[in-house]
Design a binder for this molecule. Structure first.
Ligand SMILES: [Zn+2]
Ligand SMILES: [Zn+2]
Length: 148
């Protein structure tokens, strides 16, 4: 009887070192679905008054190269011109906060709550802490900056 070649059970391989990371995101209702193919920065929390209004609290952001972002669905995506150089992206159907874009920056920021976990991201710092409202404290030991 011929010996059959035994094949090892296929195992899920961890991503190769140097492989391009990929992140998947969506708004709450699925009218905006996107992929980031490339590295994302760790998360910076912005405590400025504009982020407070947009998010209902401090705004968490991770940034990526603009070219790394692609959309699989964007019919819900709307942009608010928050200033002459900045735009805030959200879903017009469900209201999810999704993006922050500054035309002076090579990167685009996204709200990491939209991403599918696990992301592997960590919080790294707090900015505009001088504008923080009085109803919460930041005591996580991460660096705090008065402005950006
Ligand atoms: Zn939505
Ligand atoms: Zn802000």
């Amino acid at each position: 009887m011929a010996k059959k070649a035994t094949r090892p059970a296929t195992k899920k391989k961890p991503p190769k070192p140097g492989a391009i990371p990929e992140f998947h995101g969506t708004c709450g209702c699925g009218s905006v679905v996107f992929t980031v193919r490339g590295p994302l920065s760790n998360v910076t929390w912005c405590h400025c008054s504009k982020c407070q209004r947009f998010h209902g609290g401090p705004g968490p952001y991770a940034s990526a190269a603009r070219g790394a972002l692609s959309f699989q669905r964007r019919d819900g995506l709307a942009w608010w011109d928050a200033s002459p150089t900045t735009q805030r992206g959200f879903c017009r159907q469900c209201g999810s906060s999704l993006f922050f874009s500054d035309s002076n920056e090579a990167t685009i920021s996204l709200c990491p709550g939209a991403l599918t976990s696990p992301t592997g991201l960590e919080s790294q710092s707090h900015i505009f802490i001088g504008s923080k409202p009085d109803w919460y404290e930041v005591k996580d030991g991460l660096p705090q900056h008065l402005k950006s």
